[in-house]
Design a protein. Structure first.
Length: 430
């Protein structure tokens, strides 16, 4: 253990005598106080630390309260031709297949050689303004340390995550994504810091590269060696009735529960591409986009506990009743899944794999019935615009446009809606 912040915490909890420590215990930070109480102690070390942390917390709260608007503002920094139209998701041509790719045609390849260490990991001098003080002379080393100790949400765990190392799309309707391993906090240390920097620099100001040194360091957001790119998988679920009418499900992400995209609508299911166990086999059953989507369906629609990576035994998908039922529906063409490519949120540069799951309505009713209203990350949108949407929101142009343009929508979810609407004839009639 070399992390000084953790050592200080353990020393306090265990009441280790100061003379037995090789480091000094800074004065314990008091509970947050008002600005007037801070003014009563000008120049003291404690007030400097508290002021730094309160300023950081204020910016983080501003970030979480305004992510939709900030994403749109950040997207103006990048060329229009790499935007998913109408959204703040960036998808360059090299990351975008010519048409939606059936998920079974997206091959996953394990990169046997260890990937290069990322050139940017959030500890750079350029990130210093996003890292508050934890003692009078020392700042947190990583953004996730500040989140954990100052403003931790209910769900905040570091887990192994699949790191994207290469993307290839073929003209014949297939593709290949290569991966190795990183961690979830590797992602947050850069992506949330980039978003924090933008929120701080644009409060009352227009977006400008001059005030964004960390973002400038990431001058090519699509360089897979520049940082650890660990994508989420964001899926739009379309329930299709025999009449051809389709409905989509949405989720509102509770900022008290989640570390990213809090306060926004998003498609459901969505989640990080991560192993479900601590198994040492990175290329085992979990190394599958489809398996990851099924786990998220189980958690977000049925309210089941998350496969959080702590189990020592690999998940046996073939013995899982929900998975077997979904596989039967998939083989019978009652369920189809497509991948739209890979993209990045303009605000945080967090990567995602946007996709769509088209399922016959009777199969959905049989497997999921009435979806849970709340889960570990937020609430299902069961009422919107004065209408009961517990069975989904009608997939019509007016509603799609409303959520993309006028509602606080996470860029990956907005892109899924936009791309699904663009390719609706193929998706609903194939």
């Amino acid at each position: 253990m070399t992390d000084l912040v953790s050592l200080i915490h353990f020393a306090r909890v265990l009441h280790v005598p100061a003379e037995q420590l090789w480091f000094s215990l800074p004065e314990k930070a008091p509970a947050p106080r008002t600005s007037s109480s801070l003014m009563a102690e000008p120049g003291t070390p404690v007030s400097e630390v508290v002021a730094s942390q309160q300023s950081w917390r204020s910016t983080r709260q501003y970030l979480n309260a305004n992510r939709a608007q900030l994403s749109q503002a950040a997207s103006a920094l990048y060329p229009n031709e790499i935007h998913v139209p109408g959204t703040a998701l960036l998808m360059p041509p090299a990351w975008t297949p010519p048409a939606p790719v059936p998920l079974h045609r997206v091959l996953l390849k394990w990169a046997d050689a260890a990937p290069k260490l990322p050139l940017v990991d959030g500890r750079e001098v350029e990130a210093r303004e996003t890292l508050p003080l934890y003692s009078p002379s020392r700042s947190f080393e990583r953004y996730t340390q500040a989140v954990r100790y100052i403003d931790s949400p209910a769900l905040f765990e570091n887990r192994p995550s699949y790191r994207l190392t290469d993307i290839k799309w073929n003209q014949d309707g297939g593709g290949e994504l290569s991966f190795n391993l990183a961690t979830y906090f590797d992602k947050l240390d850069v992506c949330e810091a980039v978003g924090h920097e933008f929120a701080s620099a644009t409060q009352g100001n227009a977006a400008s590269w001059a005030r964004l040194p960390l973002r400038r360091l990431l001058n090519d957001p699509f360089d897979l060696e520049l940082r650890a790119v660990t994508p989420a998988i964001t899926t739009l679920l379309l329930r299709v009735r025999a009449s051809g009418e389709a409905r989509f499900l949405l989720h509102w992400r509770d900022p008290r529960k989640v570390a990213t995209a809090g306060g926004l609508y998003d498609t459901i299911p969505a989640g990080e591409f991560q192993p479900s166990t601590i198994s040492g086999d990175p290329t085992g059953n979990d190394f599958s986009l489809w398996h990851n989507i099924v786990r998220e369906l189980n958690e977000e629609l049925l309210g089941a506990p998350e496969y959080d990576g702590s189990d020592s035994r690999p998940l046996n998908y073939d013995r899982w009743p929900l998975y077997r039922s979904l596989e039967r529906a998939r083989r019978a063409q009652q369920l189809r899944v497509y991948c739209f490519g890979v993209g990045c949120d303009a605000l945080t540069l967090a990567a995602t794999i946007p996709s769509v799951l088209v399922i016959n309505d009777d199969v959905f009713e049989e497997l999921f019935g009435e979806v849970v209203r709340t889960n570990a990350e937020g609430v299902t949108v069961t009422e919107w615009n004065g209408q009961d949407t517990s069975a989904g929101i009608p997939f019509i142009e007016r509603n799609v446009s409303q959520f993309i343009r006028n509602e606080p929508m996470a860029p990956p979810g907005a892109a899924c809606l936009a791309l699904a609407w663009k390719h609706r004839d193929m998706l609903l009639n194939s």
